[in-house]
Design a protein around this ligand. Structure first.
Ligand code: SF4
Length: 336
């Protein structure tokens, strides 16, 4: 349970982020969420809709000390962290310790897995550590589709692991992790959506038909497979840039999870705090590119089909209130 102080911190931080975005300021007054912390970028599969094989950066595993540093920084105002990015995090030997440390600091943990490494040992580890949410990317209701989309995995074997995990969870009477079975929404999976839902909806906590991504839009193979509308620059500044960051296994920090190959590195947690990186010049320049209709200058954002938005009366209302608060602060400071 979150204590009152943390709840207020979370709310205050969120309001500052919203206000900075609403005011279209290149500086975000809020502190950044570490949306995803990449435990590893190693993966055993070669899924055609994923740019993992196009990634040129070194493969590695985040050290526990580095992970602690990130959690220690964000714990007072963050409620959730995702322990995955461009790899299969169950291969991180200390995954249970990462989960445990985040939870001990009041942060909910979410892990996305292809479940091919969900052995009994791994299952016990994540159950014991109290993982809050497990997202299983099980992309296909038929062996044929599954083995095309999850190249390198065998349908029957992975299904067996998922079944064994669910049985173990039930045997232990464990409430956590909440399990979501997800199917990627592609032209080729359309005909399997209903079968997938029917198969899983009574067996897990939720079923998700996950929107396909085109990442930074640079791969013809992925663009062809996901068949998204033509990549276009965002219509309004992407609100993501005012709220969150992604920390890679080696400590480098990138704007969001679309940056699979670290094309837009903003800084390194080994050298600076996340808070400093969040308003350093590279981040401010990226925000300015969005604010000044210069998104085409960003190798990362210009081809992205999923910019996020925060708009509407709430954003405007919070911005006005926060402007009023900052004017009152200035007045008070002048009168002292
Ligand atoms: S526009 Fe797309 S790539 Fe750029 S920060 Fe937003 S979500 Fe990420």
């Amino acid at each position: 349970m979150m204590n009152v102080r943390k709840k207020l911190n979370v709310l205050h931080n969120r309001m500052l982020q919203v206000a900075s975005y609403g005011n279209r300021s290149p500086v975000s007054l809020g502190k950044p969420f570490a949306f995803q912390i990449e435990a590893t970028n190693y993966c055993n599969l070669r899924c055609p809709m994923c740019p993992h094989d196009l990634m040129e950066r070194e493969v590695g595993y985040m050290s526990f000390d580095l992970f602690k540093r990130v959690i220690d920084e964000v714990r007072d105002y963050s409620t959730e962290v995702r322990l995955h990015n461009m790899g299969e995090s169950l291969f991180h030997r200390q995954i249970d310790q990462l989960i445990d440390y985040a939870k001990a600091n009041g942060i909910k943990t979410v892990l996305s897995s292809n479940a091919s490494a969900l052995t009994e040992r791994a299952a016990i580890k994540i159950l014991d550590a109290g993982l809050d949410e497990l997202l299983i990317s099980f992309d296909g209701a038929s062996k044929e589709t599954y083995e095309f989309l999850r190249e390198g995995a065998r349908y029957d074997k992975v299904l067996e692991k998922v079944e064994a995990f669910l049985a173990l969870k039930e045997k232990r009477g464990a409430r956590l992790p909440r399990v979501t079975m997800s199917l990627i929404n592609l032209p080729m999976t359309q005909s399997e959506i209903e079968t997938f839902r029917a198969r899983w909806e009574d067996r897990v906590d939720s079923v998700r038909i996950k929107p396909a991504r085109n990442w930074d839009g640079s791969s013809a193979r992925i663009n062809g497979l996901v068949n998204l509308r033509a990549a276009r620059p965002p219509e309004s500044p992407c609100s993501w840039l005012w709220t969150s960051l992604v920390v890679l296994w080696d400590g480098r920090v990138v704007p969001c999870c679309m940056d699979y190959d670290a094309k837009a590195v903003l800084g390194n947690i080994n050298e600076k705090s996340l808070e400093q990186i969040f308003n350093d010049e590279p981040m401010q320049e990226l925000r300015r590119q969005h604010l000044e209709n210069r998104v085409n200058e960003s190798a990362l954002c210009r081809g992205c089909a999923w910019p996020t938005k925060m708009d509407g009366p709430l954003v405007k209302g919070i911005s006005q209130v926060m402007q009023g608060v900052s004017r009152a602060h200035e007045k008070r400071a002048q009168s002292v």
